[in-house]
Design a protein around this ligand. Structure first.
Ligand SMILES: *Cc1c(COP(=O)(O)O)cnc(C)c1O
Length: 392
């Protein structure tokens, strides 16, 4: 099929939930993808932070291939060593006690919400289900994770939404204090609001949230679906903040391209979700776990995360001096670019024409390149970005 045929078939057969860029991607190598005509594009988006090791990483492909040949799926009614060794590794790297494995970010957050509510139910009985989340947050697309998302645009059409979520502005510690009451069981936040426009929280604020949670026996849930798995230059973004959450969720980059989500908890919560209280048919799939194991290997290899931090600093410093850039924010390879004028969507379309994939978040151009991107690929991409920004 040529591009127009692909586009026509898409509009005929897929529910029209996405506004797609005008390109059909066929393959990838390193941090470059190729469209159906073989045209290359430097990828500064990595499938929204998913392809953490870039495309067709040889070690990742080998592990996934071998596992697909050996055992693609087995029910969680049985033990499987690949899944279990991955879980053990993940818990150690995250400094958490136990994990539940699912298939996406939304599912990881659903698990976090169930876990927080059951902890409270077990200890205090019914009537303490409320979770405070931040305005401008994003936690997923299921009915409950939409309810947890602090943006009114997501609270339409699908009524009734799940009850028990309240919102407060990021950074407003007094506001948070004032809405905590006898019904509150948890606070949920992203260290850097991703979909909200790459907005990092202040360390002092997050530390005060942790203190408030401790004082009121509230669980601190940190959504690291986007920031986790090395994206910010640490394995988990909360490591920049000098605190530890009770629950942390991960997904996007964790599998290196295959669907996997994780909800990790500390020792205090490790016995809360008991047999029959939660589950997933596909969760912890052996092929996804085999790929994720390679991601964990790579992230823990000597100097890898420092490299992510360095590449991020390099990109930010170069972008800062580009025309039409008002400010640059973010950490590691999670970068938001505020424009002086022009629309982020327009800049992204221009970049695409010139052979560069970038993302947007709200009014910002957003970059989430593969963590393995080379300086050569970065330079090529920045050259295109600079010229697209100049045209506005
Ligand atoms: C992407 C994202 C989600 C949702 O993940 P899905 O895999 O699309 O369900 C949740 N939280 C954050 C912070 C995200 O960036």
């Amino acid at each position: 099929m040529d591009f127009d045929e692909i586009k026509l078939a898409e509009s005929g057969y897929l529910m029209q939930t996405y506004s797609r860029f005008n390109v059909a991607v066929e393959s990838g190598k390193g941090s470059v993808v190729f469209d159906n005509n073989g045209k290359p594009y430097i990828d500064f988006g990595s499938g929204i932070g998913v392809n953490s090791l870039g495309y067709s990483d040889p070690e990742w492909v080998e592990a996934v291939k071998n596992q697909a040949e050996k055992l693609a799926h087995i029910s969680n009614l049985y033990y499987n060593e690949v899944q279990i060794s991955f879980a053990a590794r993940l818990c150690k790297m995250a400094g958490m006690a136990r994990v539940f494995l699912g298939n996406s970010g939304a599912e990881a957050n659903e698990c976090a919400i169930k876990l927080a509510r059951k902890y409270s139910f077990d200890k205090y009985g019914a009537g303490r289900p409320a979770i405070i989340s931040l305005r401008n947050s994003f936690h997923g697309r299921t009915v409950t994770t939409l309810s947890a998302t602090g943006q009114d645009v997501f609270h339409q059409y699908f009524f009734p939404f799940t009850e028990g979520f309240e919102f407060v502005d990021a950074g407003d510690i007094e506001g948070l204090k004032s809405i905590i009451n006898s019904q509150t069981c948890a606070v949920m936040l992203e260290c850097i609001q991703g979909e909200g426009g790459v907005v990092p929280l202040e360390p002092e604020y997050v530390q005060k949230v942790r203190e408030l949670c401790d004082q009121n026996d509230l669980l601190l849930i940190i959504d690291e679906v986007q920031t986790g798995a090395g994206r910010t230059g640490k394995f988990l973004a909360f490591e920049h903040y000098g605190i530890k959450p009770d629950i942390v969720t991960m997904a996007k980059g964790l599998g290196g391209g295959l669907p996997i989500g994780a909800c990790l908890c500390n020792e205090k919560l490790s016995g809360v979700l008991t047999s029959g209280t939660h589950g997933s048919t596909f969760g912890g799939n052996p092929v996804a776990c085999a790929g994720a194991n390679v991601v964990l290997n790579r992230l823990s290899s000597e100097g890898f995360l420092d490299g992510v931090a360095k590449k991020g600093e390099y990109i930010r410093s170069r972008v800062k001096s580009m025309q039409n850039v008002k400010s640059v924010r973010g950490m590691g390879l999670m970068i938001g670019i505020e424009l002086v004028n022009g629309e982020a969507k327009g800049i992204a379309a221009k970049c695409l024409q010139k052979g560069l994939l970038v993302l947007t978040a709200k009014t910002l151009v957003r970059l989430l390149p593969p963590l393995t991107i080379t300086f050569d690929e970065i330079d090529k991409g920045l050259e295109i970005l600079g010229s697209a920004l100049k045209e506005g």
